[in-house]
Design a protein. Sequence first.
Length: 346
Amino acid sequence: MPTSFRSDNDAGASPQILAALAACNEGPAYPYGADEWTRRAEAALARVFERAVGVLLVSTGTAANSLALAAMSPPWGSILCHRMAHSNTDECGAPEFFGAGLKMVASASPGGRLDAAVLARELGSGRGDVHAVQPSGVTLTQSTEEGQIYGREEVAAIGRVCREAGVPLHMDGARFANAVVAAGCTPAELTWKAGVDLLSFGATKNGALGAEALIVFNESLAGSLPFRRKRAGHLLSKMRFMAAQMDAYLHEDLWLRNAGHANDMALRLADGLAMVRGVEMLTPPVTNILFVKLPADLIAGLLSRGFDFYHGGRWDAGVARLVTSFRTTPQQVDEFLAAARDIRKT
């Protein structure tokens, strides 16, 4: 098997989560979320966010994002997002499908993050014009597709713009744990205290077998979501198997420990690659995703030695995306770096 730096989706599940699944398999339990594991997961998430929250467990990030955005916008509305946002480029039109025709609109914000000033102008454009979709919400990705983060002040600035425009703010937190660790603040400070109304709380990329949560901070958006989840096929009859994963994920901060390890491995990788001849670091090591420009011989050499990573394709020639996970070991990183140094020694 190749050593994967392709995606944190390539990693398996944490042993603690597999053990929790086995344990919850004993005996009967009420279906459709009426079980004790779901109650525990809901209570754990309330502790994480320092307040009562609405919790809808789903099996995919696509479901969490799409149901959230559909609840935020009428069919004639638009959701503003970064042009590289996962919900805009990688959901196969699911937000538009579940939103009965809502439109994802890429912001003109420069760089890799949404800009509050640009959003303020865009949220005012076309308002009241019957010929135009109506700006109805904003979604931001935390951490970003480039592995960077929105600090709490950046989130708060976007939150203020959304409040002034009278629209809700959603955070796609597929890698929320990595962002929390990197930001050095609490989950509450990075979400509802900064104006976030809905959060897609990811666990699958960070050690779960397949579990996500849609967290509702704004109660005015909560009413339709249970029905939307059922209609979308994500109200699982044996919800305890989803809830047990989430409960174990949060227990004793496993989620933060896993993310911290992944972030540390990316920093180790970045520090080493910066010393390899011909390598250009395109993004700083903030979370667990790096973008680097590699010479063609280095890409070919690393692939031939059993290392796997995304390169080219949707990115420019020579650009590689390297992703670490909770399962990445220091030895794997060091072996990758040793191979890179050996290939580029002449």
